[in-house]
Design a protein around this ligand. Structure first.
Ligand code: FAD
Length: 315
């Protein structure tokens, strides 16, 4: 069976959940092999985690020549691993970085590329949701090694022991790939909440919050949820763009999505309509968001949410 390469998305060696989801997809296509580009002293622990989720092989590449640069060196490293492994497909998380790596890699390998897949079948055909969720596209790469970026929460991360055989891979990075050096980066704000794209529960707020996200954050913390926002809330400066959900923000697909003071514009729906259970709190019973909810509460979020939070905290 051919290998399927999964580029590992990690923070200082801690593998992030979307990578485990990709391993589950990789198993449908062939034999999952993870590619870990990171510090050598973090590789062993990462490989053990990857094996737990089905990685048969883990290529570990020391990041000495990659660290501190933008994505070009990573694309070169992945190209070299791909040329050696001759995989049936390459899967990458659909983040801004992942998509840029995928694009560069597709040119290097002269391969077809599909981005933002929400599903991948065993025969390599993919499903994408386009035009704000109005169309579902089925596509398949017909040239070279299929390179597919997959949105987080598109598959279940399933524990399934793989051999996790570690292969240290030494890659060379050209000077041309080292032209864009990172001079400063803002560390993520440690909110203590789960990462938005990976969270099982998302509590989001819109213009209806009036800029006071206290009730939204209170409910999120009671549920161990991530906080999200509509574009109106982001454009008003109430939340950072990193928390925006929708067509021009993030796509989330949690088990539970609670929209508060959000009207349900098509561009917002595009980022959350695949959530498993949708709840909305809105004081306007005619709000379009109520067309797609499983449970709706007509009321003022500033009184409904604190009451819900209190009830949850008493449990
Ligand atoms: P509004 O539409 O103003 O709705 C506020 C809601 O709050 C209303 O339904 C109101 O009844 C309710 N409300 C008010 N007070 C209370 C209260 N006290 N308690 C309960 N309910 C209350 N939007 C996104 O969200 N994400 C995107 O990525 C995005 N991308 C876009 C891309 C393009 C190209 C365009 C043109 C638009 C995009 N938009 C996006 C904007 C989108 O069209 C809407 O304008 C936006 O989603 C509205 O945000 P909102 O629901 O918070 O605000």
């Amino acid at each position: 069976m051919s290998e399927v390469l999964v580029l590992v998305d990690h923070v200082d060696g801690a593998v992030r959940k979307p990578t485990f989801e990709l391993l589950a997809i990789a198993k449908r296509l062939g034999e999952p092999s993870a590619v870990f580009i990171g510090a050598s002293d973090k590789a062993e622990a990462a490989a053990a985690d990857l094996a737990k989720y089905g990685a048969e092989k883990v290529y570990t590449v020391d990041d000495a020549e990659v660290k501190g640069f933008l994505v070009a060196p990573k694309a070169e490293v992945l190209q070299q691993v791909a040329e050696k492994a001759q995989p049936a497909a390459i899967l990458i998380v659909s983040s801004a970085e992942g998509k840029e790596i995928a694009g560069r890699l597709a040119i290097k390998l002269q391969s077809g590329l599909i981005t933002d897949a929400v599903d991948v079948d065993g025969d390599g055909s993919t499903t994408q949701s386009v035009f704000a969720g109005n169309y579902t596209v089925k596509a398949k790469v017909t040239q070279g090694t299929p390179i597919i970026t997959v949105k987080p929460n598109s598959a279940n991360a399933e524990e399934a022991a793989g051999a996790g055989t570690v292969e240290q891979f030494s890659a060379t990075v050209s000077d041309a790939a080292k032209t864009a050096r990172i001079v400063a980066s803002n560390p993520r704000q440690a909110s203590g909440r789960p990462e938005l794209a990976e969270a099982a529960i998302v509590v989001s707020g819109g213009r209806g919050t009036g800029g006071d996200f206290g009730a939204v954050e209170g409910l999120a913390d009671a549920l161990g949820a991530a906080v999200g926002a509509s574009r109106a809330a982001v454009d008003s400066g109430w939340q950072p763009h990193a928390l925006q959900i929708g067509q021009t923000g993030k796509t989330v697909s949690p088990q539970l999505y609670i929209a508060n003071g959000i009207s349900g514009a098509i561009q917002h729906r595009a980022g959350m309509q695949t959530s498993k259970t949708i709840v909305a709190v809105n004081k306007d019973e005619e709000a379009p968001i109520f067309e797609l909810v499983d449970f709706g509460v007509v009321g003022d979020l500033h009184s409904v949410l604190p009451a819900a939070t209190e009830a949850i905290n008493q449990k």
